[in-house]
Write a protein of this length. Structure first.
Length: 184
């Protein structure tokens, strides 16, 4: 049997940040989504219970969790997606919406997985200039064409820490609708 060949994809791999500081055990890492407080007492208590089934696969549709989230945040159950970290959800979005040669817009300084997953499915990634390390709505709109399928925004942004406020986000959403339907 022939060994199948890898697809050759020209993408730089994700380099995670440093995970230690000179062998120190106690440190607060601000560059990753890690809790500096450790596992909560409530979670530890539940993990000690003998009747939890960690040795079984969990419900792949996260139904119980989605029901609980839907009650808590008063959002339709069907509109909630759970994933193994938001990375998996970014990947799902790219697989579901992007075809080869579709365009994706990213602010110039943005989380690396947006470009990695977009490129894996063959989309073209366009970068919009930021202004003083803040996402610029105008510069995003300049990049929109009929081929634009996704504009990825992390809010607050990683790695700059700047953010668009609620009215700026709503404005971007409205302008994107108009621009996308009128662009060449
Ligand atoms: C903007 C942004 N989105 C998503 C992620 C992925 O995090 P996780 O998969 O842990 O949710 C990160 C991680 O640094 C991030 O900075």
């Amino acid at each position: 049997m022939n060994v199948p060949k890898f697809k050759n994809i020209n993408i730089k791999s994700y380099k995670p940040g440093k995970s230690g500081v000179n062998k120190k055990k106690k440190y607060i890492k601000l560059s990753a989504n890690e809790s500096s407080l450790g596992v909560s007492k409530g979670v530890k208590k539940i993990l000690k219970k003998k009747n939890i089934f960690l040795h079984r696969y969990p419900d792949s549709k996260s139904n119980a969790l989605r029901r609980a989230i839907s009650r808590e945040v008063k959002c339709d159950f069907d509109k909630i997606i759970c994933g193994a970290g938001s990375d998996e959800i970014i990947q799902m979005i790219c697989q579901l919406y992007l075809n080869k040669n579709d365009e994706v817009i990213l602010p110039e300084y943005s989380f690396l997985m947006y470009r990695i997953y977009s490129k894996i499915v063959g989309a073209k990634v366009l970068f919009s200039k930021e202004i003083k390390f803040k996402i610029s709505i105008e510069n995003i709109l300049k990049k929109v064409t009929k081929k634009t399928k996704i504009v990825f925004i992390a809010n607050p942004n990683n790695p700059t820490g700047t953010y668009l406020n609620k009215s700026e986000l709503i404005l971007l959403r409205k302008k994107l609708n108009k621009k996308n339907s009128t662009s060449n």
